[in-house]
Design a protein around this ligand. Structure first.
Ligand SMILES: *Cc1c(COP(=O)(O)O)cnc(C)c1O
Length: 358
């Protein structure tokens, strides 16, 4: 039997999403696919408030994260790291054979506009990478303020991972001026993994065309040329795209503002519950994520055992990621989750916690 997922990705998928995925297969060069593609990319542009094209990549988020640096770093990249995913992006950039420097903040802290300004003022960089919502730590960096700084550096490609924030908080791509804004669908979109979406600015598309060694699978110029025909360079994960069309219809039916409010409310409820149980909050005040909350272990709770007991009851929970495993735990409140789902989890944990505390 499957467990109910209370982990911050992949997230629990609603039965109606699986039903949407079961639609009969079509060929991606058939007219039917173009109609589906157009519906999805139009919906994404509306949600992201952008005129930029939005592309669909059959890959996890890291495919586009790698693709973005391969397309847009010609000189040197500034990778801003305050957790596992953002720091990994630096490693990925280097592994692509590109020049790059890591600008690190402590885990639990945000990337600040001041940090970005100081790094870019050196004039050494023509691209930067930022993770909006660090899923490893539950920190939401101040994207609007950082975007304000980026206006001073139009020659620096502004590459943003919104993997665990897109759909849950407003992301106005055109106002922010991002060159690449990307997300994988197994987090806040509430879909099974295997698809990533990304909006690319016209400026970045022009630049990409002049970048050598950008490969084929993630070549932005290929995506742009195919998108003009409502298509993708290679065969896409059509079943997932059906499911994305379904989720987007649900988002608009709920209302984006209502959706954002639901996440805010779940975040507040989760923070209060964590504090009520005697744990702390890992993320710095004022920079706490709307889609997951990281609690700090009180030093007397066996999180490994808690995870095991919850698993026996049919629930998958998280006991921290990377170097803060077991020192922290993360509670997701994203995608299709509701307050009722959180209450179900809290009831279970309140029953189990006395058994795992020394
Ligand atoms: C999950 C996650 C990733 C990695 O996504 P994959 O789909 O596993 O490649 C990258 N960035 C953030 C912020 C994430 O939460």
């Amino acid at each position: 039997m499957g467990k109910k997922l209370y982990i911050p990705g992949p997230v629990e998928v609603s039965p109606d999403v699986y039903e949407a995925m079961a639609a009969p297969m079509i060929g991606h060069r058939m007219k039917e696919y173009a109609v589906l593609h157009r519906e999805v990319t139009t919906g994404l542009k509306t949600m992201l408030n952008t005129q930029n094209p939005v592309f669909l990549s059959t890959s996890s988020a890291f495919g586009v994260m790698e693709g973005a640096v391969r397309n847009l770093v010609q000189k040197r990249c500034a990778n801003f790291g305050n957790g596992a995913f953002s720091t990994k992006w630096h490693d990925v950039t280097r592994r692509c054979g590109l020049e790059a420097d890591l600008f690190a903040a402590d885990w639990g802290q945000p990337i600040t506009p001041e940090m970005v300004d100081a790094a870019l003022a050196t004039g050494k960089y023509d691209a930067m990478t930022l993770v909006h919502n660090e899923t490893s730590t539950g920190v939401l960096s101040p994207l609007e303020e950082i975007a304000g700084v980026m206006k001073k550096y139009p020659e620096v490609s502004f590459i943003v991972d919104t993997v665990s924030s897109m759909t849950a908080v407003p992301i106005d791509v055109d106002a922010l001026g991002t060159d690449v804004c990307l997300a994988g669908v197994q987090k806040a979109f509430g879909l099974p993994p295997g698809l990533a979406v990304f909006a690319v600015s016209p400026k970045a598309l022009e630049k990409a065309k002049t970048t050598p060694n950008r490969g084929y699978y993630f070549d932005f110029a290929e995506f742009a040329a195919n998108d003009l025909k409502d298509n993708t360079p290679s065969t896409p994960c059509i079943s997932l795209i059906y499911a994305l069309a379904h989720q987007l219809r649900k988002f608009f039916a709920e209302g984006l503002e209502n959706r954002y409010a639901r996440h805010r409310q779940m975040a507040e409820t989760t923070r209060s519950w964590i504090l009520d149980q005697g744990f702390g909050l890992f993320a710095a005040e004022g920079y706490r994520s709307q889609t997951l909350t990281a609690g700090t272990n009180d030093g007397r709770t066996d999180l490994e055992k808690l995870k095991k007991l919850a698993g026996e009851r049919g629930y998958a929970i998280d006991n921290g990621y990377g170097k803060i495993k077991n020192k922290t735990f993360r509670i997701p409140h994203m995608a299709d989750m509701t307050l009722a789902d959180l209450e179900e989890l809290f009831t279970l944990l309140e029953e189990l916690l006395p058994q795992v505390r020394g």
